[in-house]
Design a protein around this ligand. Structure first.
Ligand code: 2U9
Length: 357
């Protein structure tokens, strides 16, 4: 019995992990373990022998069990100590600097111009970027054969073979939104439609996706004088100047008659643009009185109602306002471009008092 005791207590002392310990438990005090086998031999003993051997075996079993549980908690303690030694955090380390985002200049320009037109009484409407060709062209007095369809470098959506429905297109202007607004609201109406538009055109001054804001005001006695006043108020507020002079040049668009391109007085000093003063003129938008056919396409009676419309490229407005000379800045994911062009929001101090990089 002493042999058993020293054998198992020795093995327990040597055990390196819980699995080893469990194997020892099964071999020593398990149902078919050595101690159990010895217990079975008690029946063959004389009562005197049994009186000695019985309690001794029980004591041995107890001793092995308590050695097992002592060793088990010693192993757990050692494992915890090991984790505490290896898994530690230096809570005094500084955090990693995070890149700070900022609003995109086109979004910022859109927000600013929307606020200005809202003050002038215009509501804001949005619509789908995939349009059918009726909303994008026909309703705007651009029929199928019209050269403007070709000039607009339209992206056509794929149609399955045999599908002869009229094509869907990526809208080439936000004008369809104004048609939809007229249909929904009727007259009188004052609405602006900002948003992305698409034309298959790519060079130094054109990108296949760009942004427009178009405006529409329809009532019984709206004239080009109202158009001129609205545009003057807009230009002064957007470019933050007290006064501005606009020049209307006769032009042609299918959806307006008469049509005018609008220039603003400006000067370029050493590449620095000043708006409202100087001897130069810069074209900033197109406009006109809405063609009666277009008013009718919007479900409004052109015998009773008339109105003006205008279209402005937001990307260019943003470039002029924030001094961004290169369209690439809008599409380049490298934020250094934007910071270079003075997008101060990128340099906001972070929590550590430094500048985000
Ligand atoms: C409706 C009726 C008329 C919107 C107009 C222009 C003139 C125009 C250009 C400006 C720069 C497009 O982004 S750009 O290249 N737009 O010159 N847009 S009148 O006329 C409308 C719109 C909707 C129902």
């Amino acid at each position: 019995m002493d042999d058993l005791k020293s054998k198992y207590l020795g093995q327990i002392a040597e055990a390196g992990d819980e699995n080893a310990l469990e194997a020892i438990r099964v071999a020593a005090v398990g149902k078919k373990g050595e101690v159990a086998l010895k217990m079975r031999e008690l029946g063959k003993m004389t009562p005197e022998e049994r009186q000695v051997a019985g309690p001794a075996l029980n004591a041995l079993k107890d001793e092995i069990n308590s050695a097992l549980s002592a060793k088990k908690s010693a192993l757990a303690d050692a494992a915890l100590d090991e984790r505490l030694r290896t898994e530690w955090l230096d809570v005094t380390l500084p955090t990693r600097a995070r890149r700070q985002g900022s609003i995109h200049p086109i979004s910022q320009a859109t927000e600013e111009l929307t606020a200005i037109f809202a003050e002038l009484g215009f509501s804001v409407a949005e619509g789908p970027r995939i349009e059918d060709d009726w909303y994008n062209f026909d309703a705007l007095n651009i029929p199928g054969h019209h050269p403007a369809r070709a000039e607009m470098d339209t992206f056509y959506m794929h149609r399955a073979e045999g599908d002869n429905r009229p094509p869907h297109v990526l809208r080439t202007h936000t004008s369809p939104v104004q048609i939809r607004s007229m249909e929904k609201q009727g007259a009188p109406i004052r609405v602006i439609c900002p948003g992305g538009v698409y034309r298959a055109d790519y060079d130094q001054t054109h990108t296949p996706m760009f942004h427009q804001v178009e405006g529409l005001a329809i009532d019984k006695d709206i004239s080009m004088a109202n158009l001129k006043w609205v545009l003057e108020e807009f230009v002064k507020a957007f470019f933050e100047v007290d006064d501005v002079e606009l020049r209307f040049r006769a032009s042609h668009f299918p959806f307006t008659e008469p049509s005018a391109e609008v220039d603003i007085r400006c000067s370029w000093d050493n590449g620095q643009l000043k708006i409202g003063e100087g001897d130069d003129w810069m074209e900033i938008l197109g406009s006109g009185m809405v063609h009666p056919k277009v008013i009718a396409a919007g479900g409004i009676d052109p015998e009773v109602y008339q109105g003006f419309a205008f279209g402005i490229g937001i990307d260019r407005l943003a470039m002029l306002k924030y001094g961004i000379p290169d369209l690439r800045a809008f599409f380049d994911s490298d934020l250094r471009w934007l910071r270079h062009y003075g997008f101060a929001a990128l340099d906001m101090p972070n929590l550590h008092g430094g500048l985000s990089r």
